[in-house]
Design a protein around this ligand. Structure first.
Ligand SMILES: [Zn+2]
Length: 466
């Protein structure tokens, strides 16, 4: 594993013009020196070109053209621009705010734009701009993990926060209470909604931006990593008139993305598809999406009551977390609707326990539930360095994610046990006889195929890992 990678040093050591011309990028640095990745590692010119730029010994390994494009795009594109901009800023002196200084506020506008462009090009889900204790931090969330990016000066960070608040029409005068907002950013591939949260800390305000890109919302079940057998079952259920599908997993496990991919299998031209979400993160043109608005009295339960009066065929209830919603979810599916929902539970057998705790009858649950699923997101081995660690994957050896699933159809003996047995182990045993495979087994398969690592599986699936 590569240690102490300095991205900026590496980028500075090899100018973008040279990188493009010779199709080579800096990958990492280890005890033997710098490692470069080249599309044609045997190109005779590389030796002399790289010896002028590498600081000490180096070697060249082969990488795919696609991987090179990705690295050039990320590191010499928007992220490189962000680095250059930060470097060009005068270092902070006392961080006094000179309000009305047009040049400074133009700098903040430029910084916010470069920051969002860089995050989008790196496929980050969130941007964290943190004032720190006199030393600001900028971090991007990539594949679920926060990674450091070049930090602005305290003054620039504060101006950027003000600019972001202005974009969302927030109260600019106040730094004493939490504020939420949203604005639209025009990125390279069209407009992107940015959801903003500003929270005052004992220092200054922390700003978190969530980038609601369409990219993930367009992924198919196969693209998300769902095994073919489970896909076939979801296709069948999506075409049926009624029933209930419950999906379990912690926050950030990709449950909503899976449900939206399943909803896209429903023929929305002939059926009324309605979702209730908190908040809406994936916009689907074919379905009616209702955001939960608690301060307007519209929680999941109230929204669901209103939705069933709108002649729905298919309903997505973003999350079932209280007894009232659980009751309504089960009732709606019994009343002839096809209902999808998520619940906080660890695995498939735990879903029934959770619904029982919320007051749902086991007999009715067994009758109406067509399938339960559980999922987690695993980071995949980096395509640039095949797991050895390089600059683009921050030395982790992992880049990009896919889901691992377990899916339990509720039929036959499993159905009668869901109705009558209180023991999850008994339900699990019956499901296994019918071919049930756990998330751990799905994950072990990815490890065997060298698509992810055993350490990543342990990180995500914990003690229950293989
Ligand atoms: Zn890598």
């Amino acid at each position: 594993m590569a240690r102490q990678l300095s991205l900026h040093d590496a980028i500075r050591s090899l100018p973008p013009r040279v990188a493009r011309q010779y199709r080579v990028v800096p990958l990492s640095r280890d005890a033997q020196g710098a490692v470069f990745g080249a599309v044609d590692p045997h190109d005779w010119r590389l030796e002399s070109v790289l010896s002028r730029h590498a600081d000490g010994p180096f070697r060249v390994v082969g990488i795919a053209q696609g991987a090179l494009e990705q690295a050039l795009q990320s590191w010499y594109g928007p992220t490189g621009d962000l680095h250059d901009f930060i470097q060009s800023q005068p270092s902070q002196r006392g961080a006094s705010l000179r309000l009305g200084d047009a040049l400074n506020s133009a700098g903040a506008v430029r910084f916010v734009e470069l920051m969002i462009r860089a995050a989008l090009s790196e496929r980050a889900s969130d941007i964290h701009l943190d004032p720190g204790r006199g030393k600001p931090r900028l971090r991007f969330r990539l594949d679920g993990i926060l990674v450091e990016r070049p930090a602005p000066t305290a003054e620039l960070a504060q101006r950027a926060t003000s600019h972001i608040k202005a974009l969302c029409s927030m109260d600019l005068g106040s730094c004493t209470y939490a504020q939420d907002g949203q604005f639209s950013f025009s990125g390279a591939d069209g407009a992107v909604d940015v959801r903003v949260s500003v929270l005052p800390t004992d220092q200054r305000e922390v700003t978190v931006l969530r980038l609601l890109t369409d990219e993930i919302g367009r992924r198919t079940l196969a693209g998300l990593g769902m095994p073919p057998r489970v896909q076939q079952l979801m296709e069948m259920i999506a075409g049926s008139p009624h029933g209930l599908v419950i999906i379990a997993g912690p926050t950030g496990a990709g449950k909503t993305t899976t449900l939206h991919a399943v909803l896209r299998l429903v023929d929305a031209s002939t059926r009324n598809v309605v979702s209730i979400e908190d908040p809406i993160e994936i916009r689907s043109p074919d379905i009616r999406q209702v955001p939960v608005r608690r301060n307007a009295g519209l929680d999941f339960a109230n929204a669901l009551r209103a939705v069933v009066r709108q002649d729905p065929d298919v309903i997505l209830v973003g999350e079932t977390r209280d007894a009232e919603t659980a009751g309504l979810v089960v009732q709606s599916s019994l009343a002839g609707h096809l209902v999808f929902t998520t619940v906080h539970a660890n695995d498939c057998p735990a879903i029934f326990q959770r619904f029982s705790e919320l007051g749902a009858s086991r007999t009715i649950l067994a009758e109406t539930t067509r399938a339960v699923l559980s999922q987690r997101l695993l980071r995949l081995c980096c395509p640039l360095c095949a797991g050895n660690g390089c600059f683009p994957c921050e030395g982790s050896g992992l880049r990009g994610r896919q889901a691992v699933y377990e899916c339990m159809p509720i039929e036959g003996r499993v159905e009668s046990l869901v109705a009558h047995s209180k023991r999850p182990a008994e339900i699990l045993a019956a499901a296994r006889d019918a071919g049930f495979r756990t998330m751990e087994e799905h994950a072990a398969e990815l490890v065997a195929e060298r698509r992810t690592t055993a350490a990543e599986v342990r990180r995500v699936l914990g003690r229950s890992g293989p």
